[in-house]
Design a protein around this ligand. Structure first.
Ligand code: XUL
Ligand code: CO
Length: 439
């Protein structure tokens, strides 16, 4: 058995370091665009992956030993996870964590028993938080693993299941508030369908919205001032998930009047499963003022599922941080909804996974700031729309133009000139030169 407490503290050693247990780019207090890196990059540990998941897949059991010297399924084990997790976060300088209810404690035989266990563990976590900088980024309820949720929770056909979900939701909100969580997340779990032959989609979506409304009302009534998040995902586990992507989730929130209380938690691997880039879904969220938080990971474009890998692709983290910087920064954080590959099963592997992800985002942050400071990309985009700075262009933008007026101008001018080169290759070259022109 190996323990996270056996690992050393992880120092920043700079880009030349070859020490696997050191940061090459993440230098918590270094200023980027006038703000310390750690305030741009509020890294968070996901309790389900880091403290719980062993690497099991449908072809075989887990390879990583996360017993931490205690029998799984006991409260001793739940507490050992807290001891190990907090020690690990402190060694890496991670200041936030996220959890599902069932990541914290083993489920009891009844809701009352589970709730008592949650009371115990949140007391334990709260005490542990004292004297550290560690805070809860967001909490959530696992409303998708238990067989009762085979048809979803808010979208279930069964009112009994719907009520059970409500009970779990209520308790998870209470735990989040108790731990001072800055957010509460709804990932659609199994909120979706396998076939429309047995599904009333409208009924199910209305019920999800009603449950969310009740959750907001309850949370506000017990003093929760944080943000609710929807985390879009197009498929897996269901064939079709209702929160398909950022645009779909925003439409849903607006339709049901939930958009004042909710923002989005954009996950990189979910965006790519939806056929978008991570950057695309960040942009859609940001331009609608709905960008709240991020689940930081990456998929494998050759595989069609949610591989939840630690972020390594600096091109992608750069473009993600570009979107985040341009939107004014995240109020939420960067939650590593990420896990080691099954053959990377040691505690050292886990540390190296986090170091990889934190460095990839730190480098992405530095490079995104450099792209913005360089100005050529932003300058080009501005210039590209410059024809709208004309009198008529301004009238269009101010909703003062009529279709007839535009048509008249078009007839007068004859053939419209070509709109100007998009210069994609030039811009990609600019990005490459910023990325690879030294530190
Ligand atoms: C599943 C996923 C979840 C959510 C929390 O794909 O991303 O772990 O982040 O329920
Ligand atoms: Co996620």
């Amino acid at each position: 058995m190996s323990l996270l407490t056996d690992l050393p503290r992880i120092p920043y050693e700079g880009p030349q370091s070859k020490n696997p247990l050191a940061f090459k780019h993440y230098d918590a207090n270094r200023l980027v665009m006038g703000k310390p890196m750690k305030d741009h990059l509020k890294f968070s540990l996901a309790w389900w992956h880091a403290m719980s998941a062993t690497g099991l897949d449908m072809f075989g059991p887990g390879t990583a030993d996360k017993t931490f010297g205690e029998a799984p399924g006991t409260m001793e084990h739940a507490r050992a996870k807290v001891d190990q997790g907090f020690d690990f976060m402190q060694k890496l300088g991670i200041e936030y964590f996220c959890f599902h209810d069932v990541d914290l404690v083993p489920e009891g035989k009844s809701l009352e028993e589970t709730n008592r266990r949650l009371d115990d563990i949140t007391d334990y976590i709260k005490a542990k938080m004292q004297g550290t900088n560690i805070r809860c980024l967001w909490g959530t309820a696992n409303l998708f693993s238990h067989p009762r949720y085979m048809n979803g929770a808010g979208s279930s056909n069964s009112v009994d299941v719907y009520c059970h979900a409500a009970a779990q939701l209520k308790k998870a909100i209470e735990c989040t508030v108790k731990l001072g969580g800055t957010g509460y997340t709804f990932w659609g779990g199994r909120e979706g369908y396998e076939t429309l032959l047995n599904t009333d989609m409208k009924f199910e979506q209305e019920n999800i919205a009603k449950l969310m409304r009740m959750a907001v009302d309850y949370a506000r009534s017990i003093g929760f001032t944080g943000t609710f998040y929807i985390e879009p995902k197009p498929k897996e586990p269901m064939k079709h998930q209702y929160d398909f992507d950022a645009a779909t989730a925003i439409g849903f929130l607006r339709q049901y009047g939930l958009d004042k209380d909710f923002k989005l938690n954009i996950e990189a691997n979910h965006a790519t499963l939806a056929g978008h880039t991570f950057q695309h879904d960040l942009r859609v969220a940001a331009m609608n003022d709905m960008l709240g938080s991020v689940d930081a990971n990456q998929g494998d474009l050759l595989l069609g599922w949610d591989t939840d890998q630690f972020p390594a692709d600096v091109y992608e983290t750069t473009l993600a941080m570009y979107e985040i910087l341009k939107s004014g920064g995240l109020k939420g954080g960067l939650n590593f909804d990420a896990k080691n590959r099954r053959p990377s099963y040691t505690m050292k592997d886990m540390a190296e996974g986090f170091i990889l992800g934190m460095d990839a985002f730190a480098l992405g942050l530095k490079k995104a700031a450099a792209i913005i400071e360089d100005g050529r990309v932003d300058g080009f985009v501005k210039e590209r729309y410059a024809s709208f700075d004309s009198d008529l262009g301004r009238k269009i933008r101010k909703d003062e133009a009529t279709l007839g007026e535009l048509a008249e101008r078009a007839i007068k001018q004859g053939q419209a000139p070509l709109p100007g080169s998009g210069r994609q290759e030039y811009l990609e070259g600019v990005v490459n030169s910023v990325l690879f022109s030294g530190e």
